[in-house]
Design a protein around this ligand. Structure first.
Ligand code: UDP
Length: 368
């Protein structure tokens, strides 16, 4: 099969199509290609606008169901985004986190190996583990991986994801690509606690929620950890670069060249957007004041809190996540391009409009 974007006979399976990344990917596939989508999820609120699209078929299910796994694996390209990936759950619900991030994707990988489908599996930048504030670039096939002790249950997610990567890489006949996202952010990320979810969402959604509620942003252990935030729209562009590169492999198995995206793990991130969490908090506070047109002094200042107090026993942190993006550039010609100020303004504007006040003057990329 040739994976041309204008080929309306192609159906791509997207597992987790109703999630943050999945919903943006779905929009992009439907607008940039003629493909059809077989979408699987348990929650469809982000993709209400697509539910009656004649190019989509949706199924309310998860990968715990073997018959669903078999069905998904019949499609030539399978993008697996499904996961429990909320840090506050890694401590409280380790067995569920491990089932969702190991048992389920491994069953899908086995089925794709049998059927010959291309599995694009979403792993995590958290597999780089317990990094220090001065760790260098994280390089896909070189960096040593270190995790905390078993009683630090924070690592339940990372170790499950890592074992899945190792399993996938060990399957001799599976056509696979692994994606390691570095803090993707944008509209529809996570949830607002107490409104459409509970627990602690990831930092951008949590800071946005606090700003909308007029509460101080909480800096875990002073906010000295660093992250490299990546626009979800850049992440979708990465997937299209991947689809394009993958076309070769669909022409013939022996067309796999050294530039092939198969049997590779890719960091997808934006090292130019690296920032400490404390600086992120001050920046978001400033952008929020500008969006709302209020005096910045009226917005509470960030406050520090200990990780254990905030997340519970077993919490540890990755202190720095700086991606090497050389491989994606070399093999796929892809480089994330959206600067942090643009990503934050776009995400926060969307958040305020969606949850805060329905202020029609606010410009957002949200066309849903
Ligand atoms: N964090 C914070 N305040 C919050 C939420 C998160 O200071 O309200 C910190 C967290 O301790 C970590 C960083 O922000 O150092 C990123 O956390 P996130 O939950 O977004 O996910 P991670 O990148 O750790 O997977």
């Amino acid at each position: 099969m040739n994976l041309q974007f204008n080929d309306s006979s192609i159906t791509v399976a997207v597992v987790g199509c109703g999630g943050f990344i999945g919903s943006h990917l779905l929009d992009a596939i439907l607008s940039r290609t003629k493909w059809r989508v077989f979408g699987v999820d348990l929650d469809f609120y982000r993709i209400q606008h697509r539910l009656n699209d004649e190019r989509c078929e949706f199924m309310v299910a998860d990968l715990a169901d073997k018959s669903v796994v078999e069905r998904i694996a019949k499609f030539p390209v399978v993008v697996n985004l499904a996961a429990i990936c909320t840090p506050s759950r890694y401590m409280a619900e380790a067995p569920e986190v491990i089932r969702s991030n190991y048992d389920h994707p491994v069953a899908l990988a086995d089925a794709c190996e049998k059927s010959g489908s291309w599995l694009i599996h979403f792993s995590t930048s958290e597999i780089y583990g317990r990094t220090s504030v001065d760790s260098g670039l994280l390089v896909e096939d070189e960096t040593e991986l270190t995790f905390g002790p078993v009683k630090s249950s924070r690592w339940s997610y990372a170790t499950a994801k890592l074992l899945t990567e190792r399993y996938i890489a060990g399957l001799k006949n599976l056509k696979w690509t692994v994606v390691r996202p570095f803090n993707f952010v944008g509209p529809y990320m996570d949830f607002m606690p107490g409104v459409d979810g509970s627990g602690i969402p990831r930092v951008l959604a949590n800071f946005s929620s606090a700003l909308v509620r007029g509460e101080p942003l909480k800096l875990v252990n002073g906010g000295v950890a660093k992250r490299s935030f990546t626009s979800v729209f850049d992440a979708v562009d990465f997937l299209f670069a991947l689809f394009e590169a993958g076309q070769m492999g669909f022409v013939a198995a022996d067309a796999i060249t050294e530039k092939s995206p198969f049997s590779q793990a890719f960091n997808v991130g934006n090292p130019d957007n690296e920032i400490t969490i404390a600086d992120l908090a001050w920046k978001m506070r400033k952008i929020f004041a500008e969006i709302k047109g209020v005096n910045i002094e009226s917005i509470p200042e960030p406050e520090s809190i200990s990780g254990v107090e905030y997340y519970g026993e077993g919490y540890e942190d990755s202190m720095r996540r700086l991606p090497s993006v050389e491989k994606a550039e070399r093999l796929l010609g892809f480089k994330a391009k959206t600067p942090i100020d643009v990503v934050l303004r776009e995400s926060l504007t969307w958040f305020v409009k969606h949850y805060g006040c329905l202020d029609e003057r606010l410009e957002t990329k949200d066309e849903r």
